[in-house]
Write a new protein. Structure first.
Ligand code: G4P
Length: 189
């Protein structure tokens, strides 16, 4: 997606060979026009797949996922990371380890928001090791839903997430696939 690549080159910043800062338009401040274009692009790529729900992981996945759901005219479901005192019954949970943040969290799905006949598209801001996506799969598939694919706004292709998901049989669409980076330098595939 050319518009996104241009924006990453203009406003993103590679801190080192592993972390890309995009907080001026994706992770902290959000550019709604760019997110609308991102949503329309995912909707175009997954057109004809009969998607019935878009699922994301809080928090930075929400804006691209919402715009994708809007373009596909389906609901969006947020997998929660924080433990809730009111969410007690009818929930599924799984532990996810984030290598980037060196932190473990519990991902939670309220089962009533995913149905056995659902065809789901997972959308997230970053795909690195794929731990968040595999965590989402561990919740969605036991709920009976079919996961049609995973859409990542940015994927660090030098980390194993995209290939692990593809090897497991999932369709992965990446709008900005990064081949490599180093401080101040970003190279796309
Ligand atoms: P994985 O799910 O693919 O294994 O990725 P990993 O655990 O390594 O990283 C997950 C978290 O780190 C995500 O944020 C993701 O957005 C963020 N992340 C990973 N690589 C980068 C990067 O290069 N730049 C930035 N800015 N973020 C990165 P999160 O824990 O879900 O938090 P949130 O920001 O969505 O709230």
């Amino acid at each position: 997606m050319e518009e996104l690549r241009r924006r990453i080159l203009a406003d993103g910043r590679a801190l080192d060979d592993r972390v890309l800062l995009v907080d001026s338009f994706l992770n902290h401040q959000v550019d709604p026009e760019l997110m609308r274009a991102v949503g329309e692009e995912f909707a175009r790529r997954f057109d004809g797949e009969g998607i019935t729900r878009v699922v994301t992981i809080e928090s930075s996945g929400i804006s691209p996922a919402l715009m994708t759901a809007l373009a596909l005219k389906v609901p969006m479901v947020i997998l929660k990371k924080s433990a809730s005192r009111v969410l007690q019954d009818g929930i599924l949970q799984t532990d996810v380890y984030s290598f980037t943040k060196n932190a473990r969290y519990k991902l939670t799905l309220k089962c009533e928001f995913v149905h056995p006949d659902d065809r789901i598209l997972i959308v997230d801001d970053f795909l690195a090791n794929g731990e968040a996506a595999f965590g989402a799969l561990r919740l969605l598939e036991p709920a009976g839903a079919k996961v049609v694919g995973v859409g990542a706004v940015i994927a660090k292709m030098f980390q194993p997430g995209a290939s692990r998901l593809r090897e497991a049989g999932y369709r992965v669409e990446v709008l900005a696939p990064i081949r490599r980076m180093s401080a101040g330098k970003i190279e796309f595939e």
